[in-house]
Design a protein around this ligand. Structure first.
Ligand SMILES: Nc1ncnc2c1ncn2[C@@H]1O[C@H](COP(=O)(O)OP(=O)(O)OP(=O)(O)O)[C@@H](O)[C@H]1O
Ligand SMILES: [Mg+2]
Length: 335
């Protein structure tokens, strides 16, 4: 067990008193370093993590002071909309791997300075891939909530113009904004880049828009996070994968994730003995979003009909209803 010297404690208290946040963190890091020298790696790591968190807090406080309202103005107003989400990872039901990847993004982002001092950089450019309703858009909000950053949604319809030069100029504005205002920049429904032009568009044109995006992405060196979401992994090629630091995959819930999702959503409304096995037979294949809607349907019936609680049968009815909607969608695509 290593102990901070009285010198170090004095320096720590003094920097706190004088409100010198930077010095405070640097003394804390010195204490961590002596712990490491004394062979207490575990304590050293804990102290470093705490110092990183304090630093992140200071930076957030600083940035909100410097830019009280980061609302996009001028031409940017039509290209970006800003939100300050309060969503958290804990609200999401995810596979172990996906959760770990996301936690990793958060961890690295918080340790940006420490990584950079070793010539490393945190993961900042992420591609979210998966079928509808499994949490891609929610992830952008949750990351913003966890990192206490503003979420800038890129308005793709405002971005794509008939004229290639115009589209590139607008993309340039967005990438400039990333350097000026730290935040999460989210290209949702990224597959719409190019596709927006409608049936008449040619593949060459879609490629040019995409290529221009990739060029900006490659040159980009801000402190912002860039997220893009798409349903179609097939549409994406190697050139694209190479420019992102990580690809995060989303899948419809498994049986145990289904149960967790319903329990999260309905909490105390649920009756005591729920037949999960049978319900899964009805729910299998539904997305998180569809299951959440079924839960809300069941909750509304429960409230309006003043039933004692939501039982297996009521849940099954609600889930069946959502499955039927899915069938409708699939058969209309077939015809
Ligand atoms: N993994 C999840 N955990 C908990 N709730 C989820 C999850 N995924 C989706 N939901 C619920 O479904 C809603 C819609 O999900 P979201 O918009 O994130 O889907 P998406 O993957 O972006 O779909 P799309 O491809 O259609 O844009 C969320 O607001 C949330 O209520
Ligand atoms: Mg989405």
């Amino acid at each position: 067990m290593s102990m901070a010297s009285s010198e170090q404690v004095r320096a720590l208290l003094k920097s706190h008193l004088s409100g010198d946040g930077e010095h405070f963190v640097s003394v804390a890091l010195q204490i961590a370093a002596s712990a490491a020298r004394n062979g207490d790696g575990k304590l050293a790591k804990e102290l470093r993590d705490l110092a990183d968190r304090i630093k992140a807090q200071q930076q957030n406080a600083g940035s909100t002071k410097a830019v009280p309202i980061t609302k996009p103005t001028g031409e940017l107003a039509g290209l970006l909309s800003v939100f300050y989400p309060r969503t958290r990872f804990s609200e999401m039901v995810l596979s172990k791997e996906t959760r770990k990847l996301l936690e990793n993004v958060k961890l690295e982002y918080r340790a940006t300075d420490r990584l950079q001092s070793h010539g490393l950089s945190p993961r900042r450019k992420l591609l979210l891939v998966g079928p509808p309703g499994c949490g891609k858009t929610m992830t952008a909000s949750a990351l913003a909530g966890e990192l206490n950053l503003p979420l800038f949604n890129v308005q793709l319809h405002g971005l794509i113009s008939k004229y290639m030069g115009e589209t590139a100029a607008k993309l340039h504005l967005i990438f400039q904004a990333m350097t000026q205002t730290r935040g999460i920049y989210f290209f949702d429904e990224f597959d719409a880049i190019g596709a927006e032009r409608g049936a008449g568009n040619d593949v060459g044109e879609i490629r040019r828009v995409l290529n221009s995006f990739l060029q900006f992405l490659e040159q980009e060196e801000s402190d912002s996070l860039i997220l893009a979401a798409t349903n179609h992994i097939a549409m994406l090629d190697d050139a694209l994968f190479r420019r992102f630091d990580d690809v995060i995959q989303y899948l419809p819930p498994t049986e145990s994730q289904f149960k967790q999702l319903v329990q999260n959503r309905l909490a105390k409304f649920l009756g005591k003995h729920i037949g999960w096995k049978g319900l899964w037979k009805t729910a299998e294949g539904l997305s998180h979003a569809e299951i959440c809607r079924a839960c809300d349907d069941a909750a509304k019936s429960h409230v309006l009909q003043e039933t004692e609680s939501i039982d297996t049968e009521a849940l099954n009815v609600a889930l069946l209803h959502r499955q039927k909607k899915m069938d409708l969608k699939i058969s209309s695509l077939d015809s």
